[in-house]
Write a protein that binds this ligand. Sequence first.
Ligand code: ADP
Ligand code: ZN
Length: 767
Amino acid sequence: MRVPFGERVLTGIVVAGEPRPAPDGLRQVLEVLDEEPVCPPELLATAERVADRFFASTGEVLKSALPARLPASGAVRYRITEKGALGAASAAPEERPILERLASGESVRVVDIPGEGRGRLSAVRALEERGWIRPASGARLRAPRVELAYDLGPLRGAEMESALGRGRKGREAVAFLLALGRPASGAEIRAATGAGTALLRDLVAKGLLRSFEQDRRSAGTGTTAGQSRFEPTAAQAMAIDAITAAIRERRYFPALLEGVTGSGKTEVYLRSIRAALDAGRGAVWLVPEIALTPVFARELARQFPEDAAVLHSALSERERAQAWDRVRAGRARAVIGPRSAAFAPVPDPGLFVVDEEHDASYKQRESPRYDAREAVALRAKQAGAALVFGSATPSMEAYSAARRGRLAHLRLPERIAARPLPRVEIVDLRRQAARPDEKGIPLFSAPLVARLSEVFARGEQAILLQPRRGFAPFLLCRDCGHDFRCSRCSVSRTVHDRGRTLVCHYCGERAPRPLRCPECGGGVLEAIGAGTERVADRFAELFPGVAHAVLDRDTARRRGAASAIVESMIRGSTACLIGTQMVAKGHDFPGVTAVGVLSADTMLNFPDFRASEKTFQLLAQVAGRAGRGDTGGTVHVQTFHPEHPAIRRASEHDVAGFAATELEFRRAFFYPPFCELAALLVSSADRDRAEETAAVLARALASSSSALRLSGPAPAPLERLLGKWRFQILLRGTDRRAVLAALGAAVPERAPAGVQIAVDVDPQDLM
Ligand code: ADP
Ligand code: ZN
């Protein structure tokens, strides 16, 4: 609705209350924009709980949950048609006033049509379906050409008998479909047996029927939905059965699906989605970055043509709003998308899948700092749904929850067709001599070059991981050691454009690379280290004529670019994919037989308690891209720390071994999952004011509870960003409510002028 707010007019969402006129002294609502609630009650409740959980406001959470521009259903205008004018006399009583209001021929908004709420809306829809009125704008409340159809569900024989029970009409409906030998529309079934919508829905819930929407024009022809391509393996079948049972029984079933790379987790997701739809329920499938996984979206659309909705990050606002509307109306019940799809308004969700559960992108870095994994967990609990966290390298949180029995532990211990995991060779960079044409440490070690030559000679493919983008991480003056820091952030700028530009990766500030050092006037400036650009250049020198592509945030910036690069690997027109973390994410390229990690150490050096975990995950994930076809694969990991447990365990594909060491460290130093953690960041252009506010805040937190552990305030690892000085406080405790209560008591509603306070509950990085 639109409401006056001071001098302005704002759009708001009604979360509770009854409509009544404003008492004296209060201002009236200007306009009600929607006939039906924009946000289903289930989601409103979720948004409120997510807000509480992450110390955000409900409004903020709703704003990131809802598409930016929802078409207001009440604003759609209607006009009467000739048919409507002729039929007016024979209209139903509730329809008559509508036709009278439109009789003059002008177009009228739904909100201005006589009647109220759902009653008015269904009358409008009924008239529209008969072609008596039509939308004036071309927009529609609802595509009128679809209808619900039913087919037999998975139950047969004795199972069917016992599910049928004694109901006569139910039996007749099932017998009718058995005799017919094809799906039928709800209208056909009712005409033949008298079974109404409520009864049919009940039969669907029992697993006797499955329902889907079909085009009215194709009525009677059944669906053309593509089926799954494989018979599940025994391990897959066990996981699918456990998930399916929970969906049918409407039972909350949180599970970790731990499956090595290439073990067929995707097939488990797809079959579980089918089970949810067969039970008449919906499904939400979260993926870290949908542009990188076009294959998943395509497979979903192939298997469930009527039901799939892809909430692509490249959708326009309008497309996003349309997709949201289709989902809310129950016309698309299987949704795939990134973090924000956690709020997809699927009615009666029976399944939530979080693929690559360990991925940090599920946590929003800006306000509201919510975690999509937590949001879907809240929804699943509420709805009595299955909740599947899938990963080959689970987060320590999920792994320890599975160990303690808080998540069911489903496992796919082997690759499909018993393909072996690739052999991993750790290359100790300290022992690699530079080649005559390179200075210092070689980018490509001798064993890696030998292996790549072999792979390309056989026409196979390779992936090379270099965790930094750009040409080189920094520029150094050989004479005075000046390192060209950003003027606003406390980091050195990265060399880009083959050495021509300097870019700050935090604020984006760009400058041409100077010819001389601004400090000492020296002329010998050297680009130190390597990013993806330099690796690609060196690759072209070593393997002339071998087609390669670079995938990182720079090359993926253009809309559609990332999926184009991924598709070129699938087609085989690219022989080598070079890139950052983005090359490690869930791809299934059967032609890849070699993986090279040019530097495994970048993440290890991050000042973050998750540095080891992130390194382990990245290495195990990228290693998992090798040997997924029939030919087997190898991985070379180049490092200066060959003995580090994260690197060792990743090379052995040993999740349990890594988790044992890592969880011990987390317990000893009181880090998640053994504590509840909140990070407070105080920033200001004025260093003293930031420091002072942080000190006041820390005192308030200390006095609000003695059971909590406080660290800081201390300068944040990234001490200055965009010209602002940053101080960090960490708050830890064993009880989540105590942490939230302390925050509530200590964090002021408004920060002092010129100072910002950001609260991050369950932070994923501490920069
Ligand atoms: P993960 O997601 O666990 O890394 P994928 O789901 O990508 O693994 O599966 C690996 C490969 O095995 C894919 O090419 C997939 O099509 C194939 N696959 C999955 N399940 C089966 C099965 N039951 N039979 C044969 N092939 C399968
Ligand atoms: Zn900067």
